[in-house]
Design a protein around this ligand. Structure first.
Ligand code: NAD
Length: 259
């Protein structure tokens, strides 16, 4: 899929990995619909990218009407610009570390577990689900007839979750497991699916980690840079041979079991 003159929907596009992806796709000649809960950051990202190339839609991916409104707004914008949809990158995500049983004999909080699943899993599938009819209706690319690319975001925690990461690992494992059946469902529409599984990357999410945690995770390599994630997202869109796969972006790092 050629990025130039196509529009891409990015949730979580107002920060971190989603923001870097928005920047990379605009650099490649694309247009981006930035969906995020954070309207201050969303407005700042759009003003940096240029209002002709980017549009911000305030959106909570856990609320299906909010996702529907953002998709509707994006489709109307695409009609204005004449730059057809090319893909969706559901990058909004949260982590809420909590142990299965704490030292006070309190088990994992079910509302906390459900919150992480709601944002990371339901928020991903709902955005992709609602974008798909519009992707399938887009003109196929002249090069290979492709209509769209879905680039999902898992994590190394899907494979090596650490202590306190049961909820987060469950959510990212779900994204990983959805990749192949989704690919099989969508290939007849000319839509590819690629999942990226980063390890530790610099972002607002990981800035909350203590130095101790950060130090232990960064052995033996430095954390990834958001632009390195964005390069992989760009490749996932451009390279027609990437399909139905989960790509680890970890510099060879395997998460330790405990800190
Ligand atoms: N940074 C890392 O080390 C790392 C590693 C592996 C996976 N990931 C994944 O990458 C994705 C991006 O993470 P990041 O590190 O850039 O985090 P980030 O906190 O910098 O950005 C996440 C963005 O998602 C938005 N968001 C959160 N909940 C939302 C909701 N309900 N609706 C709409 N927007 C919402 C936030 O406002 C924020 O702008 C996440 O899915 C995360 O799990 C990150």
């Amino acid at each position: 899929m050629k990025i130039e003159d196509r529009t891409f929907i990015i949730s979580g596009g107002a920060s971190g990995l989603g923001q870097a992806t928005a920047q990379e796709l605009v650099r490649a000649g694309g247009y981006v619909a930035v969906l995020d809960m954070n309207d201050d950051n969303g407005a700042a990202v759009v003003s940096e990218l240029g209002a002709d190339k980017a549009r911000f839609f305030q959106c909570n991916v856990t609320e299906t009407e909010s996702v529907a409104a953002a998709i509707k707004g994006t489709v109307a914008w695409v009609q204005e610009t004449g730059k057809p949809l090319g893909g969706v990158i559901p990058a909004a995500g949260v982590s809420l570390p909590s142990t299965m049983l704490d030292r006070h004999n309190q088990p994992l909080s079910l509302p906390d577990f459900n919150f992480v699943m709601a944002v990371n899993v339901t928020g991903t599938i709902d955005l992709v689900r609602q974008a798909l009819p519009h992707l399938a209706a887009a003109a196929g690319s002249p090069e290979d007839g492709e209509r769209g690319v879905v680039v999902m975001v898992a994590s190394a925690a899907a494979f090596e979750g650490q202590r306190g990461q049961v909820s987060y690992s469950a959510s990212k494992g779900a994204i990983t497991a959805m990749t192949l059946p989704m690919t099989r469902d969508l290939s007849r529409f000319g839509i590819r699916v690629v999942t990226l599984a980063p390890s530790l990357f610099e972002s607002a999410m990981t800035s909350l980690m203590s130095d101790k945690v950060r130090k232990s995770l960064e052995v033996p390599r430095r954390a990834g840079r958001p632009e390195e994630f964005a390069m992989a997202a760009r490749q996932a869109i451009e390279n027609v041979m990437l399909n139905g796969t989960v790509i680890r972006l970890d510099g060879g790092m395997r998460m330790p079991s405990k800190l």
